[in-house]
Design a protein. Structure first.
Length: 230
């Protein structure tokens, strides 16, 4: 029997590409996505992506989406308590694995494995160890389209906020910046790719600096509104 897998969904390129890779594995059935959303701002933590865009991604992926709401600010204890409740529900749903788009940060992988240990749900890392300099170009060449939603200005110019993740952008990244942003240099939102059955029409709204980060507000093409991110 195929393993029933839920994929941790950030709205960005790594989780989207993980979905694409998992769907090519005959022993895997991705049965849904799960995401943490900041209750105060109704957006994906760090990525600052609006809930309605998350819903459109899930629709394009043809998968149900579980949203785990977290407070702002969210302590590690708060996060773990809410995830424990979610894990218990997933045990009842007979989920076999949680999949994550992590690439090479060993401490994060060990944390995820530790928290799932003994619960009957395994951790999968379909992109683990792939060289990011190769992977980023494989994504672009494979049809993935994304825009940068969050920039850490300590590592990357604020001018990158809102830009499309493509070969031109990759060629302009400073050498010390991981091309997949694995060290938190940037986060993204995927609006098209082989994991979706159609494109998501978006516009780039306000770009603001808040809490030490630069955010580009992405909106559904017909929507408008003031930026309100954590």
């Amino acid at each position: 029997m195929k393993k029933r897998v839920l994929l941790s969904w950030s709205s960005g390129k790594d989780s989207a590409w993980a979905l694409h890779v998992l769907r090519q594995q005959s022993e895997i059935e991705v049965v849904g996505l799960f995401t943490t959303v900041n209750q105060a701002y109704d957006r994906v933590a760090m990525h600052a992506v609006r809930r309605e865009l998350l819903a459109l991604q899930a629709q394009r992926a043809g998968l149900p989406l579980d949203i785990i709401e977290t407070p702002a600010p969210c302590s590690n204890a708060d996060y773990e308590a809410r995830m424990s409740i979610f894990v218990a529900r997933c045990q009842q749903r007979e989920i076999d694995c949680f999949a994550f788009g992590d690439l090479y940060l060993q401490d994060i992988r060990e944390y995820r494995e530790q928290k799932l240990a003994g619960c009957g749900i395994d951790a999968l890392f379909p992109l683990w160890g792939m060289p990011t300099a190769t992977l980023c170009r494989e994504m672009v060449d494979g049809g993935l389209q994304a825009r940068l939603t969050c920039i850490d200005p300590r590592h990357l110019s604020a001018q990158f906020a809102g830009r499309e993740f493509n070969h031109a952008l990759l060629g302009e990244l400073p050498t010390e910046v991981d091309p997949c942003g694995e060290n938190g240099e940037f986060h993204s939102f995927v609006f098209a790719g082989p994991m979706f059955d159609g494109d998501i029409d978006i516009t780039v709204g306000e770009v603001v600096q808040r809490d030490g980060f630069v955010f580009a507000d992405l909106l559904p093409a017909k929507a408008s509104g003031k930026f309100n991110a954590a």
